[in-house]
Design a protein around this ligand. Sequence first.
Ligand code: ZN
Length: 291
Amino acid sequence: MSAPTQWPGGRSFAATVSFDFDAEELWIAENPANADSPGVLSQGAYGPRVGVPLILEVLRKHGITATFFVPGKDALRHPDAVRAILAAGHEVAHHGHSHTSPTRLTAEEERAELTDGLAALRGLGAEVSGYRSPSWDFSPHTLDMLEEAGLSYSSNLLDHIVPYAHTAHDLVEIPVSWILDDAPHFWFANDTWEKTIRSPREVLDVWLPEIDGIATLGGHVMLTFHPFLTGRPSRLAFLDSVLTHLTELGGWVAPANAIAAHTRAHGPLGLDAGALGAHAGTHTGSEHTRG
Ligand code: ZN
């Protein structure tokens, strides 16, 4: 069986460049006492202050429209950064109001997070149609609430490499992965000293074969970046290399709202499993699987 996947313009695969804006709320949600620790919070402030403007320039260079998942409280704290994202034509979507996992909230609290976050983003002019949970996880109420709020898609689960429709809710799922998230590779934290800093070259060695593999299968590459991490100068060069690679592969690079709309219009997409055999030995990852 081959090639049930259909991406616009006859492209063989699709990709989304996404950013989790995070900023100070990431640290405040981890520990409310951090609200009074300027040094801790300054790690998050680097994102909107320095990272976002530099990232917008890299995206502009490549002509790529991205999706930024923004906590509402961070949007209110950094409205100019959010306005700059919107002015450059990028999508802004929901990432909690505070950066609190829905699994830690009562139903009432979760509803308030959803409503307040939407109000904050819409107040800055965003047309919000998608949701990414701060923990890539749901409470028993999350999908009901997203549907009730009229949102179109969720980008949270790790169970596929093509977008699909949720069975019991009118929502498209656009899956994520740890492997193509910058945080497990780049996020150092001085509270436990357990998280390490990898070189951009090492992470390219991890990312490019994964991107090639998804592209070969005709799937959807969801890249997840954080401005406080990838906004560092050495990693802006990493971002530039990844985007150059995506462009050279010739995929359809589109924001998450466009991926969701395409999935709605064309139904469930499949994978071109036959292409793996045809391409065996031609991409970096194949040598390892033949051991
Ligand atoms: Zn986040």
